[in-house]
Design a protein around this ligand. Sequence first.
Ligand SMILES: CC1(C)CN(C2CCCC2)C(=O)N1c1ccccc1/C=C/C(=O)NO
Ligand SMILES: [Zn+2]
Length: 380
Amino acid sequence: MKMSQEAKKTKLYSSRVVYVCDLLLFKECDKIPNICGRAILVHNLIRAYDLLSHMHLIPSEPASEDILLSFHSRNYIEFLQKVEESSDLENHEEDLLEFGLAYDCPLVEGIYKFVQSIAGASITCAQVLVDGLARIAINWCGGWHHAQRDEAEGFCYVNDIVLAIHKLREKFSRILYIDFDLHHGNGVENAFSFSPHVMTLSLHKYEPGFYPGSGGLSDVGLGQGRYYTVNVPLKEGVRDDNYFTIFQSIANKVWSTFCPNAVVVQCGADCINGDPACGFNLTPRGIGRCIENVLAWNVPTLFLGGGGYNLPNTARCWTYLTSIILGLQITSSIPDSNLDFMCYSPDFELDIVRGNRSDLNTAEDMKHLTETICSEYHHT
Ligand SMILES: CC1(C)CN(C2CCCC2)C(=O)N1c1ccccc1/C=C/C(=O)NO
Ligand SMILES: [Zn+2]
C-alpha cells in the first residue's frame, strides 16, 4: 500500500527527537526564584555543542484554562487569574497563603501567563508523542513535580508533569513516570496514587526533616493503585555505581511486570555533585547510564528538567543527557563559541567529577531496598 505524504512525514518524525525551543518560554522560566537565568544557559550550551541541528525544534503553546483544570482546582486557577489582574495584593494575604503562594513559592510577575507557559511546554511535548510525530520529546523547562492540585509547593507553581501524563493517557494505557530529582516527586505521586495506569518511580534523598518528607519505602500506592507507586528512599552521598545498580534492578523489574507503553522522566539536576542542595554525589554519567536503560526500551518518552541550583552544572548535566538521548559523543571541553563561556570557569569542562564525601548507603541498605521493592510484585 502506497504511503501517503502525511504518513511518510509522520514515519520520518517517529524516530526523531523533538526539543521545545521557545525564547518566550525561557524568559518565563527564568522568573522562577533560585533558578533565574538557568533556562537560557541550558539552551545556549546545547546550541554551542551543535545539538539543535539533530533535533526537530518546536515552539511551545501556552496551556488553556481547560487543560489546566484537567488537574488543578478551579479555585486555584481562578485565584491565579484574579491575582494577575489585581494590583492591590495587600488584602489577598490569607488567600496567597491558602494557595501556597508564599515562602518558597513567592508570587511571580504575571503568574497566570507564567503558569500557562510552563505547563504548555510539557503538554505540547505530550501532544507530539500522542500524535506519533516523534518517539522522544525534551522540555528542560518542565519537571515541576511538587505542585499540588490546589496549591503551589516547593517552588512548583503548576504540575506540568501531571498535565502531560494526563494528555498522554489519551493514547497510552500504561505510563511509567521516573523521577531522578534529589527530592521526592510527591505532587505526581499524589495525583496518581490510586491509578494502575500510571506507575510512579521516585529515587530521592529521604531522611528526617528533609523536604518534602514523603516517599518512604512503605509508600506503595492506594486502592486500585496499590503497588503502582514505587519509592527508593536513599541516604545522602549516594554515588553513581550504587544508584545505577539499584535503578537498573528496579527499572527492569518494572519493565517486565508493568510493561509501560510510554515513559516520562524528570531529570532534576540537584542530585548532581556540586549542587548547593548538597544531597547526593552523582555525576551526569551516572544519570546518563540510567536513561540509556530507558532509551533501550524504545517506547515514546518525554524528558523533563526539575531542580538544579548550580546553574552551570545543571546546563552541563542536561547538555550531556541531550547528547545521550541523541546517541552522539560530544567533547568535554566547553566550546568557546558559547555565549556564557565564562560561567564554566575554571575548568571549562563538561564533565562533573564526583566528590570525596562518603556514600552513607551501605551494601546492606542497597540489598534491603532492592529485595523489598523487587519482591513487591508477587502481590500483584
Ligand atoms: C528554595 C529552593 C527551591 C532552592 N533550594 C536549593 C537552594 C539551596 C539549597 C537547595 C531548595 O532546597 N529549595 C526548596 C525550598 C523549600 C522547598 C523545596 C525546595 C526545593 C525543591 C526541589 O528542588 N524539588 O525538586
Ligand atoms: Zn529537587
